[in-house]
Design a protein around this ligand. Structure first.
Ligand code: TXA
Ligand code: MG
Length: 355
């Protein structure tokens, strides 16, 4: 290993072998996937896995996703592999779908927060696949951010989040999907979506029939079976509020009444962005921003985390996020926005001290 590569950002396939060597030696490698960057370690090594939890500041009760190069590898590290899993793999792997199944003892207990199951996923990204093939084993990888912060979608974000806590960063450019994989539990009587993602309930149901969406909040002391079970997650450090489209003029009014403070509004589409802009004379470009996001769910998702991260870096007083329509193709984006923000109701009504 060359000195220059230690803690370096690696850009070429040639360096994949070196990164696999770091994994084999029990180190941490951040790598791109189609969803977000992952922070990887050998899923068969307790000491390597403990480094992930340390680097992220992640509670040990939150299980990691196990990344594999293909279905045979997943089967090798699963205790059983239902027929539904094979059907889903044929249709969606490599891709943004994590399948929760009973795990074998070879996946160390630390990786799955001592659960008897593991979530397996085969990422659709050439660098990730090259790394997984070179390593030839299961790689546990949560998103490569500090716990509870916005997931990284570029190598630079990983560097900002983790600094020298990560041994290597493989740079594959910006992640094309932009939000985390769909997590599907195949151990429940009816398959349960623990976390919505780019693969929709409709697409899954077309392959295996009915699913249910998990919609609870877990006991924080228990092993969370999905990060979706914590009320606020993926959060920027700036106070961020969400609003439904019907409230856009109330938000514009709030902003007009708070021109002395700094804020940004993230609106969806040019029609709403321009309408809010018109309702906001007196905006000061140094303190106020109105950002127009795409009207396609796919494009929106790709830009969401980088947008939140950029806004957070401006140290504004308040961020306002317009919610997309409550429609199936927007389910994952609505889920992430709900976790990154607080409901605006009380603030718009003039109350303070919401938590
Ligand atoms: O797109 C993704 O899934 C990204 C990239 C890096 O692959 N990874 C990711 O990992 O989002 P992470 O750690 O941020 O989210 C993993 C979530 C966990 O919080 C967990 O609740 C759920 O997936 N999960 C993992 N293993 C599970 C299990 N055995 N049972 C239930 N849920 C599980
Ligand atoms: Mg995460």
């Amino acid at each position: 290993m060359t000195a220059a590569a230690i803690n370096g950002i690696i850009r070429t396939m040639d360096d994949v072998a070196m990164a696999a060597g770091v994994l084999r030696a029990g180190g941490l490698v951040a790598f791109p996937t189609e969803t977000v960057y992952g922070l990887g370690a050998d899923a068969t090594s307790s000491s390597a896995i403990r480094k992930i939890f340390e680097a992220k500041g992640r509670p040990p009760t939150n299980p990691l996703i196990i990344h594999v190069a293909d279905e045979p590898t997943a089967r090798q590290f699963a205790a059983s592999w239902p027929e539904t899993a094979s059907r889903l793999v044929r249709r969606f792997w490599p891709g943004p779908l994590t399948l929760v199944v009973p795990k074998s003892d070879r996946i160390v207990p630390e990786a799955t927060a001592k659960l008897a199951t593991a979530g397996f996923r085969c990422p659709d990204h050439p660098l990730a696949l090259a790394l997984l093939r070179a390593f030839a084993g299961p790689v546990a990888a949560p998103s490569a951010n500090r716990s509870s912060r916005v997931s990284p979608t570029t190598a630079q974000h990983v560097r900002e989040e983790l600094g020298t806590r990560v041994d290597f960063i493989l740079d594959g450019g910006a992640c094309p999907v932009g939000i985390e994989s769909t997590v599907l539990d195949l151990t429940t009587p009816t398959p349960m979506i623990l976390r919505p993602g780019a693969i929709t309930a409709g697409q899954i149901e077309a392959e295996i029939g009915r699913t249910v969406l998990f919609e609870g909040v877990a006991d924080p002391a228990a092993s969370a079976s999905s990060p979706g079970q914590q009320a606020v997650h993926y959060a920027p450090s700036t106070a961020a509020y969400r609003f439904e489209s019907a409230d856009r003029f109330r938000v514009a009014t709030w902003c007009r009444e708070h021109l002395a403070e700094s804020w940004a509004i993230v609106a969806i589409g040019s029609v709403d962005a321009e309408a809010m802009m018109t309702a906001l004379p007196g905006m000061d470009p140094d303190r106020h921003a109105l950002i127009e996001m795409p009207t396609s769910a796919r494009e929106y998702a790709r830009r969401l985390y980088a947008t939140l991260r950029d806004l957070d870096a401006r140290n504004l007083d308040t961020i306002w996020m317009q919610m997309p329509p409550d429609e199936p193709q927007w389910a994952a984006v609505r889920d992430r926005l709900s976790r990154a923000t607080r409901a605006a109701g009380g603030v718009l009504a003039g109350e303070h001290g919401q938590s």
